[in-house]
Design a protein around this ligand. Sequence first.
Ligand SMILES: Nc1ncnc2c1ncn2[C@@H]1O[C@H](COP(=O)(O)OP(=O)(O)OP(=O)(O)O)[C@@H](O)[C@H]1O
Length: 295
Amino acid sequence: MSIDTAEPATGLAVRASGLTLRYGRKTALDDVSLTFGAGVTGLLGPNGAGKTTLLRILATAATPDAGTLRVLGHDPLTGPGRLAVRRRLGYLPQDPGFHTGFTAFEFVDYVAILKELTDRRARHAEVRRVLGDVGLDEHRRSRIRTLSGGMRQRVALAAALVGDPGLLILDEPTVGLDPQQRMRFRELFAELGERRVVLLSTHQTEDVMSLCREVVVIDRGRVRFAGPPAGLAALAAGRVWTGAGREAGALASWRTGNGSYRHIGDPPAGAELLDPTIEDGYLTLVDTPAGGDRG
Ligand SMILES: Nc1ncnc2c1ncn2[C@@H]1O[C@H](COP(=O)(O)OP(=O)(O)OP(=O)(O)O)[C@@H](O)[C@H]1O
């Protein structure tokens, strides 16, 4: 795929090598190397894994203690490189820091001004376009403080989409959304990923399955997996089975809707094996308490 945001020689949009970031004694990212290009890349990992820290570095909101980085062909660790990346970036942070007295329109317009959209008419048309894309056109005059959590999330996404940036970095964009909206957002992200670079962190393995070309799993600051979603599921091949009751030796076990149990780990001889999902692959990678029961 030819995309104006990727490096012509490699087709890659982001190349990170040896990224390390410490908060005091806590190492949040530990020698992280990864590359990705156009399309939607998912970032999975347990709470505290380092996802937000990594996204903040890629979005030029944090500086690593060590490592090298190329984003859209620029080095964001230099002043000019940082500016060039920021001009082509849409970032949805975990905590967008709204001015809650603003209306949805005013907030997105404010972000559009910061993004250097100077022509008023064209800017307002762009603000209406992105509010429409996230299904908020009717609520554009509502003050943010009066909107629900899911609607605020949509305002934040609209702000990230302003100016049609070549690189979108989205920190848990579907959190707090109802199933209909989540579906709608998946469609939107898939469409954006056709001609843009989209990196999104999520706890939803369904998002990854339905959307992502590549998935990166991080745990305790380190990359544990990088590859296509099917490759993540394949990690659990031969390690998922079903049975009538609990199994103490399983890595994780849970009761499913039909009353049977699904287990991950080393199956006993003669076990009825199941096709693994991405979630199964993920659970074999990240630490789960032995015999962990997810209800
Ligand atoms: N400003 C900070 N000061 C100290 N420690 C921090 C700070 N920010 C993050 N951390 C720690 O760094 C680690 C990585 O945090 P990060 O927010 O990147 O994880 P995450 O994968 O995004 O988690 P979650 O899924 O819960 O959002 C965690 O142990 C966290 O407690």
